[in-house]
Design a protein around this ligand. Structure first.
Ligand SMILES: NC(=O)c1ccc[n+]([C@@H]2O[C@H](COP(=O)([O-])OP(=O)(O)OC[C@H]3O[C@@H](n4cnc5c(N)ncnc54)[C@H](OP(=O)(O)O)[C@@H]3O)[C@@H](O)[C@H]2O)c1
Length: 305
């Protein structure tokens, strides 16, 4: 069954499927990204999230090309996002970096190009201290040239986002940030929405994910009875309840999976409705705990957290 995923409108009129495929993995076997993209498109995913720093754009692009050549989808039906890494923040470096991403993806344009982090480092990890307002000018030029249909940011805090909005000729359409039951992030989400910026949730499964055994002990959402009861009442899994909570907060989400059954599970969230009490259960796990604190960037100018 191919699921039809609802779309959300961005500030420039583009529409983006509210669930997309995340593609970051710490480890992957050769072919795993390509396979996940092909399975995802078969299941109904039309939105795919990657980044130059994931070192998987070639495989993601191959998955897209295979799906198009099999006739599963057209390029126009897909919404593809990639991101600018921190070592290309000088204005003159933005378009060359995007052109390299496009070549790896085998695409003429991306639907969305994001500044991955507000921090800038050189190849050896030294702080370059580049103001992200300079970077934003390069992003605007990428949009003007049609290499990116839309542009946005990721991991920007409210003050940083505000600074960009104040001077932007082309406003950021989205801010991709961590949101999950232990980091509900209501304040930043509200700030984004109040300013016409769509928040996108990454690491949405948070401590439910098998990928984070290091948080053993904090991972009550895997076992807590209250979330289990909500899932059982709706005949869904805990993961589906967590993803549905975001959809009902009008927050697009990009869960990653290499597992075919989970790819389908994460899309099967449009046939039930959480009650206000169910929504409160998911919210009740908030402890402002970051799965992605990026502490390696903590000493850099413009570290956002
Ligand atoms: N902008 C940024 O700085 C930033 C940071 C982090 C992530 N992201 C983006 O957001 C995407 C999602 O974040 P993420 O990959 O960190 O975390 P996530 O999507 O919350 O979790 C992925 C993990 O959960 C497992 N999983 C998937 N579906 C599941 C289900 N239904 N039940 C139980 N476990 C499930 C996956 O395992 P299997 O693969 O084994 O199925 C994988 O280990 C990334 O892939 C990336 O595209 C962006």
């Amino acid at each position: 069954m191919v699921v039809e995923v609802p779309k959300i409108q961005l500030g420039n009129g583009q529409t983006m499927p509210i669930v997309g495929l995340g593609t970051y993995a710490r480890k992957a076997e050769p072919g795993q990204y390509r396979q996940a993209v092909e399975w995802a498109i078969e299941a109904g995913y039309r939105h795919i999230d990657t980044a130059s720093s994931y070192h998987n754009e070639e495989e993601v692009g191959q998955g897209i090309a295979n799906a198009i050549s099999k006739g599963l989808v057209t390029r126009q039906e897909l919404f593809v996002t990639t991101k600018l890494w921190n070592d290309c923040h000088a204005e003159a470096d933005v378009i060359p970096a995007l052109e390299k991403s496009l070549a790896r993806l085998k695409l003429d344009y991306v639907d969305l190009y994001l500044v991955h982090w507000p921090v800038s480092v050189d190849a050896s990890g030294e702080d370059m201290g580049i103001d992200y307002l300079e970077t934003w000018r390069g992003m605007e030029e990428a949009a003007r040239r049609g290499l990116a249909r839309g542009i946005g940011v990721s991991n920007f805090n409210a003050d940083q986002l505000q600074r960009v909005i104040r001077v932007a000729q082309i406003k950021p359409l989205v801010n991709q940030i961590e949101i999950n039951p232990t980091l509900t992030n209501h304040e930043l989400v509200n700030f984004c929405k109040a300013n016409g910026v769509v928040p996108i949730a990454y690491t949405a499964l948070g401590l439910l994910s098998e990928a984070r055994p290091e948080f053993a002990g904090k991972d009550v959402i895997k076992t807590d009875a209250a979330l289990g009861r909500v899932a059982e009442q709706h005949g869904k899994t805990r993961a589906q309840v967590v993803l549905r909570n975001l959809i009902q907060r009008s927050i697009p989400v990009i869960p990653k999976s290499f597992t075919q059954s989970r790819l389908a599970e994460n899309l099967d969230i449009f046939d039930f409705e959480l009650s206000p009490a169910d929504m409160d259960v998911v919210d009740s796990y908030n402890i402002n705990h970051r799965c992605v604190p990026a502490t390696g960037f903590a000493k850099l100018k413009n570290y956002p957290f």
